[in-house]
Design a protein. Structure first.
Length: 460
């Protein structure tokens, strides 16, 4: 039965390909645009050979369009108690940070919703969904932000924590021990945390990118909800990862400390590739422990998470080799299967009922095995058993309500239209620490993408 459950819940990692436009340096070299898009199904990209992914975005794609395909379904997942991961992979200057965060390297873009990436959009989306859910639901939201720099985990919200360890919880799920957790109750509070963390992140100027990320950053959102009527509790974790770029040292012009950074970046990305290869090939040993990056992504790669990888590539002839490597990485990764289950905290009564159901199922299975053995004994004794006496699966009659549902519900439970909600009826977003609302009219680095909800939730 455990094998059957795993088969029911196994689902492939999604891989999305984003091809950026030629950048200014590529145009200055008069580089050729060597990537093409065969067919009209938005699933194929060609560079010598044809690569097929869950979706392929061409250079003119808008951030909002990409978000709808890549990230919007994750909101429903997390609020229904599932884990989710989105990470961007590609060479330096391929558009990973632009895709995940915001195009802040361009003057005047920082507060423009048109240029907002996945992280700011998904934050607004999560809160807007919460505002419009059943009033009996109470939410607790906390965030963490850290980077992996020179294979050491550094807390971006407390720079004194420069080498955090990775431990395992009681279910053997890896987590970063000691990482700062901030409780939040509004999008603005989340953006304040992001601004604080971004200011502490390692970047450097290279020949490939004026603002090259020299570390892998991980922004984690944990959403816990409780139904105040039924006491049902769910929790989901969302990992939003911006990987440092894979790069050829000869192209970046890296020297000294920047060269050491490049070597460590390539080493950790190589470890990531080894993990993916091991999973695709079905190896008994998967080398998650070879780097901090792969330890943190362990649940996202072959574990309990709905994972989407955005591979970002350059269309330039100058970067043909790196683009081809990234496309091959994506092709391998899309073969990985994760086993996804809802994270539900059961009450004592629920545990008792589940135990009783399992006991009843075990009894029926035991009786079924006894019937099979009795029939087998008759055959072995030389008796001819008529077809109407054969024991079949129909005799099993196991009504198994303990198997998890293999697909996510199409809508969120208790979701109501904003216009029909009465003031004060939204679910509570609980801040476990002292809630300090932003000052009226205080500027924010981000402009909301979605409309303000018709009613405001109660902060308790």
């Amino acid at each position: 039965m455990e094998v059957l459950e795993s088969l029911l819940m196994a689902e492939n990692i999604k891989v999305i390909c984003r091809v950026r436009p030629l950048n200014e340096s590529e145009k200055a070299r008069d580089d050729k645009f060597v990537v093409s898009f065969p067919g009209d199904n938005n699933q194929s990209v060609q560079l010598g050979k044809t690569f097929t992914f869950d979706h392929v975005f061409q250079p003119k794609v808008q951030q909002a369009e990409l978000y709808e395909v890549v990230a919007k379904p994750i909101v429903a997942d997390v609020l229904n108690g599932y884990n989710g991961t989105i990470f961007a992979y590609g060479q330096t200057a391929s558009g990973k940070t632009f895709t995940m965060e915001v195009g802040d390297q361009t003057p005047g873009v920082l507060g423009d919703p048109v240029y907002q990436g996945i992280i700011p959009r998904i934050i607004h989306d999560i809160f807007n969904h919460i505002y419009n859910m059943d009033e009996n639901l109470e939410f607790h939201i906390k965030v963490s932000y850290f980077e992996i720099y020179l294979d050491k985990i550094r807390d971006l919200l407390d720079v004194s924590k420069t080498n955090l360890p990775v431990h395992e919880d009681k279910d053997r799920v890896p987590y970063v021990k000691g990482a700062t957790e901030r409780f939040v109750s509004t999008p603005e509070e989340v953006f304040d945390v992001i601004d604080e963390g971004k200011a502490n992140r390692h970047v450097a100027v290279t020949n490939m990118n004026e603002h090259s990320s020299r570390s892998h950053s991980v922004f984690m959102i944990t959403v816990r909800q409780e139904n105040l009527e039924t006491q049902k509790k769910l929790h989901g974790k969302l990992y939003l990862v911006d990987l440092a770029g894979s790069e050829k040292v000869s192209k970046t012009g890296a020297e000294g400390a920047v060269l050491d950074e490049a070597k460590n970046i390539n080493k950790s990305l190589s470890a990531l590739g080894n993990v993916i290869n091991a999973l695709v090939e079905g190896n008994a040993h998967v080398p998650y422990r070879d780097s901090k990056l792969t330890r943190i992504l362990q649940e996202s790669l072959g574990g309990n998470a709905r994972t989407t990888i955005v591979i970002c590539v350059s269309p330039s002839e100058y970067n043909r080799g790196e683009t081809n490597s990234t496309l091959l990485f994506g092709m391998r990764a899309k073969s990985i299967k994760n086993v996804v289950t809802v994270n539900e905290e059961l009450t004592a009564d629920e545990w008792r009922r589940r135990y009783e159901r399992l006991q009843a199922k075990f009894k029926r299975l035991k009786e079924f095995v006894a019937k099979l053995e009795a029939e087998l004994k008759r055959w072995r004794s030389g008796e001819s058993v008529s077809t109407n006496e054969w024991i079949t699966e129909l005799d099993l009659n196991v009504e198994d309500d303990t198997l998890p549902t293999p697909t996510l519900p199409s809508s969120l439970p208790g979701l109501a239209a904003p216009s029909s909600a009465a003031p004060g009826s939204a679910p509570a977003v609980t801040n476990a620490e002292t809630y300090r609302p932003p000052a009226p009219g205080a500027p924010s680095a981000y402009v909301p993408v979605l409309p303000t909800p018709a009613h405001q939730r109660t902060v308790v």
